[in-house]
Ligand binder design. Structure first.
Ligand SMILES: *Cc1c(COP(=O)(O)O)cnc(C)c1O
Length: 418
């Protein structure tokens, strides 16, 4: 066979890793073209919520193909987008009144940053500084990288990234330092603070409590700094509630959602904004309008998938599945905690993580490569972040399947030390 011309994301082709050809996905199981099977322990990179190929989402996409594939969204509209926007306004906090569409988590973040800057610009206030949290990840476009952690991921692009003010991650016992740093940054007149609520995903599944989230939001409110919640990963039930912000009673000014928005089936993102942010762009002057679009903004097929996702949330026992999965995770994690290599076991809702104490630290830790390869060879899709192992399954994963995942991880750790 001729070598594949495909250039894969975050993949070092020089290492010659096995790249499985997936033919079919059903529930928590991925089926290879060669007959192999894998349990999807990371929800295909945090997107698949209910399971692969949920019949109602697949049917909604199929039905929509009978009617409308694509339409310019500047000044035109369609029912799937209208229904989705109405549904999102209904299930999110009341002050969020406007829905702007885009097509990935990164673009949802770019839109959020541009909304925040536009808000201050149109009100003729000179505020443009963005405050961020250490170890954050907000996407891979230039703006999203700028507000994310600097490191091996973005070193070549550093000259293009804009300046931000970074506050420390609120490690247990040192939360006050985070709050003080945020207070100082806000006092200096920042435009916005962007943060991943409760769990910093790509930064290593770092978790902090709702009380800290609530206090950070209060500081922003006190200084009139816009609070941007990047719930691209934490949204749609991952942390145990529909939104992570709920657990802290926090109402963001701007909310980014993607990944689970379509149940993880097709690409779509939304950035929700409060009325003052929309109204700052509302006038009789074209120069004040929100200058952002991409060709496929609010693609009807994607919106139809997301409307089906809302229906699933409304009338299937999604919360019960989430609660059950969280309980299975707690039991597995507790058993794992006794392993001599395991440190810092942690859980937030359906997300479980721990660190491997031995071996190199950081994203390029050899544990990540070893365990991912071990998983590929042993029927589990897993992709550790450096020496941080995490399990983030779709909500349909059974207790038995989850036990199999942990058994493979455990065997891989034991093989790695021999
Ligand atoms: C994945 C992720 C993004 C980027 O989303 P893409 O769809 O990959 O562009 C942004 N923010 C957070 C918190 C994420 O986890």
């Amino acid at each position: 066979m001729t070598p594949s011309p495909v250039w894969h994301p975050f993949t070092q082709h020089g290492l010659g890793e096995d790249i499985p050809l997936i033919a079919r996905g059903q529930g928590a199981v991925l089926h290879g073209a060669d007959g192999r099977q894998w349990l999807d322990a990371i929800s295909s990179w945090w997107v698949t919520t209910h399971g692969h190929a949920h019949p109602r989402i697949m049917a909604a996409i199929r039905d929509q193909t009978e009617n409308l594939d694509q339409i310019i969204f500047a000044g035109w509209t369609h029912e799937p987008a209208e229904a989705l926007a109405r549904g999102l306004i209904e299930i999110t906090p009341e002050p969020l009144t406007r829905v702007f569409f885009s097509d990935s988590g990164s673009t949802a973040v770019e839109v959020a940053l541009k909304m925040a800057l536009g808000y201050w610009h149109n009100r003729k206030v000179d505020r443009h500084k963005i405050v961020v949290m250490e170890h954050s990840y907000h996407g891979d476009t230039i703006g999203a990288m700028s507000v994310g952690a600097r490191g091996v991921f973005n070193k070549p692009y550093a000259p293009l990234l804009f300046d931000v003010t970074s506050i420390p991650f609120p490690t247990s016992g040192a939360e006050q330092a985070t709050l003080d740093a945020l207070d100082v940054a806000c006092r200096e007149g920042a435009a916005a603070f962007i943060v991943e609520p409760l769990v910093l995903g790509a930064g290593g599944m770092l978790m902090y409590p709702p009380s800290v989230l609530a206090q950070m939001a209060a500081i922003c409110t006190r200084h009139d700094v816009l609070f941007i919640a990047d719930e691209v990963m934490t949204g749609w039930g991952r942390t145990g509630t529909l939104l992570a912000c709920e657990q802290a009673g926090v109402i963001p000014d701007i909310l980014c959602l993607s990944k689970g928005l379509t149940g993880g089936s097709v690409p779509l993102a939304v950035t929700l904004a409060s009325e003052p942010i929309f109204m700052a762009h509302w006038s009789q002057d074209r120069a004040d309008c929100f200058f952002h679009s991409s060709s496929y903004t609010a693609n009807p097929l994607a919106c139809a998938a997301a409307v089906a996702n809302l229906a699933i949330w409304a009338d299937e026992p999604v919360q019960q599945r989430i609660d059950d999965l969280a309980a299975f995770q707690a039991a597995e994690l507790q058993a794992m905690a006794d392993h001599p290599l395991v440190a810092s076991t942690r859980q937030c809702g359906t997300i479980a993580a721990f660190d491997i104490a031995a071996g190199g630290n950081g994203y390029l830790s050899s544990w990540a490569v070893h365990l991912a390869a071990w998983g590929r060879a042993n029927g589990v899709l897993i992709r550790p972040l450096g020496n941080t192992v995490y399990v983030m399954p779709p909500y349909c994963m059974t207790a038995e399947q989850l036990s199999d995942v942990y058994a493979v991880v455990r065997a891989g750790m034991d093989a790695g030390t021999r």
